[in-house]
Design a protein around this ligand. Structure first.
Ligand code: 9MG
Length: 272
């Protein structure tokens, strides 16, 4: 299974690790430690050293209730970071739903678009389709401002699966080939603890859609609900989530803790 993103052909026979670089002062997981350009670049290079296969650069927080930022603010945060790390030998992903950020990021050297809105904003699909970058289509119910108020589904797995299938078809109609698409159930994005658990338990159902699955559970509140630990103390829970996801077929794990995740995945690989 090859994921084609820009000039990279990523072999997904074994799961790959996407390291998170939040260029956001209000980042939910790093407490704003990496909110300047230089610190974000240093963090990105550190994740490369640790063995990350992809770097995901994001300028706007998508945590529940996060305040949206302007287009210019987002560009100012992410573009200098992408320009500085574009020469690394791994794909750079831009975490954005804004078409103009996608365009500028691709010009600056991004190889992949990670869109929590699955390219539903006007113009997003066209920008990605006419480039050669890869895309992650994620499911979200509502918006970051509203998504955790009262998420409701009749059958969460079915509904997430149908949505992702619909967006995959839209991508294909726009000219994106299947080898450029990965899909993601969007853990924590308009989902209760029970919805998240159902999705993890039935990850195989989403795998049947035939596209590589990306899973992002790193340090998320659903893990805090299970363990009672706050965001800074969710490493062990995050590793457990990575191991379960990989064993259920996830091909890209989006994580904060790259080195630890790689170690855990080596155990999965040896046993499988
Ligand atoms: C930006 N972002 C935050 N959480 C995420 C997740 O679970 N998946 C993807 N694709 N992006 C995420």
């Amino acid at each position: 299974m090859i994921f084609s993103c820009g000039s990279f052909q990523l072999d997904l026979t074994q799961p790959r690790v996407m390291g998170i670089v939040n260029v956001t002062p209000d980042s939910f997981s790093d407490g704003g430690k990496f909110n300047t350009t230089d610190a974000a670049i240093a963090h990105a290079l550190d994740l490369v050293e640790q063995g990350a296969d992809i770097l995901d650069i994001g300028g706007e927080s998508t945590r529940p209730n996060a305040t949206p930022i302007s287009l210019q603010e987002e560009l100012d945060r992410v573009i200098p970071v992408i320009e500085a790390i574009a020469k690394q030998k791994i794909p750079i992903s831009i975490d954005t739903y804004k078409p103009r950020v996608m365009q500028a990021a691709i010009q600056a050297g991004a190889n992949m678009v990670n869109d929590v809105r699955a390219l539903q904003e006007d113009g997003a699909l066209e920008i990605v389709a006419k480039s050669n970058v890869g895309v992650c289509l994620m499911h979200m119910q509502g918006t970051p401002q509203t998504m955790q108020i009262n998420p409701q589904y009749i059958d969460v797995v079915n509904e997430v699966s149908s949505f992702l299938e619909m967006r995959m078809q839209a991508c294909e109609r726009a000219g994106l080939t299947k080898n450029r698409i990965v899909i993601d159930p969007g853990f924590g994005f308009g989902k209760t603890r029970e919805h998240n658990i159902a999705l993890i338990q039935q990850l195989e159902t989403l795998n049947q859609l035939g596209q590589p699955l990306l899973v992002g559970l790193s340090r998320k509140s659903v893990l805090g609900q299970m363990t009672g630990e706050n965001v800074d103390a969710r490493l062990y829970a995050s590793i457990a989530a990575v191991v379960i996801s990989a064993m259920k077929g996830a091909k890209i794990l989006r994580v904060h803790d790259v080195k630890e995740t790689i170690e855990a995945l080596k155990v999965v690989a040896a046993i499988q």
